[in-house]
Ligand binder design. Sequence first.
Ligand SMILES: Cc1ncc(COP(=O)(O)O)c(C=O)c1O
Ligand SMILES: N[C@@H](CCCC[NH3+])C(=O)O
Length: 402
Amino acid sequence: MEAVPVDRMAEKVSTPFYCYSAAAIRGRIGLCQSAFEAIGATIHYAVKANSNLAVLGLMAEAGLGADIVSEGELVRALQAGIEPRTIIFSGVGKRRAELLAALDAGIFQFNLESLPELEQLADLCRTRGCTANVSIRVNPEVDAATHRHITTGVKGSKFGIPIEQMASALNLIAASDGLQLHGLAVHIGSQIVEPEPYRRACRRLRRWVFDMRAQGHAINHLDLGGGFGIDYGDGRCLDYRAVAAVMEQELGDLAVQIAVEPGRSLVAEAGLLVSEVVYRKEVEPVPFLILDAGMNDLLRPALYQATHQLVTLKEPDGVPEICHVVGPVCESSDTFLRQVSLPQIAAGERVALLHAGAYGAVMASGYNSRDIIPEVMVSGDHYTLVRRAVSYRDLMAYELPE
Ligand SMILES: Cc1ncc(COP(=O)(O)O)c(C=O)c1O
Ligand SMILES: N[C@@H](CCCC[NH3+])C(=O)O
């Protein structure tokens, strides 16, 4: 990774740790910008994928906006230097205080996900005598054929306003003093590897834009969300240019500003989870490699049966063997890889799990009273600790009753 051997970092930063490449992130940002800016779309990085301040700093440096889902993400985005006027606030459960914080920050747009949320924001604007740009996040009922835990745009999903409630939403917005209708938003899921689901979503949006304009509503903004899939090792991924082409074909004549909210695809491939083999457990029929990283550090395999390929940090030698790769957490689902062919790896050797830059560190927990592990960013020929470990001692802090 860049010019710093990961093994050298592991001498200084104890394993397990996350390691990101600034050059790899900048490379992905460049590809994303050249595809979407060519169709005039704006890019709002989905902060949830990796909210490390150093990562957000790279997004700010490139002039990207942000898609946030909490006050915490708002504060991080602002701290990293992302312009408030480029921030979109998504999420089904935005609390009053969070809406208020975003109003105070002067963000670009609120994506409304329910009628009660809409009324809450209208009430806040009335009380404060201010206005807010809003888009209605509609549930487009498009199945993006991804893992069921990360599909978001199908009937019965908790995300977005059902199309049957669109008329009520429009009436409430029209009746409010403070809400200014910008447009519509959809987000159909994550790790989508085909452009076709986007085409279906665009076609639905297109019809709604015509319907709403016919009713006299000004629809000037369409937010297509994120979800662009990366290659986790099976060769399947989505090229930004393919999605941008679909958006241009389906929506290009509507005179709307298009926005996208990529998360995973900007950061996943730029991250490694570096770990050490604690033990080799020689059992029949398949030996176990037991790592010092566990499901509390990288939850994706346990939660979504996701595969993160493993590489060794030294030159592989000997005949490959079939083994299971597991973590130390007391759950059978704390398994990174089952029945995988790897070069012989001894206890004490270091390995790296690939494509761990998205939905890795951000989903970590202190389960089993383990530490939250550190994060390192490599840039050129140097590396920086960009988040310290949080020790189980700090996670233990609690107030004793008087
Ligand atoms: C509203 C919204 N926008 C953007 C994203 C980013 O998705 P991805 O990381 O798959 O690009 C998500 C997450 O799925 C989301 O919920
Ligand atoms: N956390 C998921 C993606 C969720 C996207 C957010 N809606 C993953 O690791 O794949």
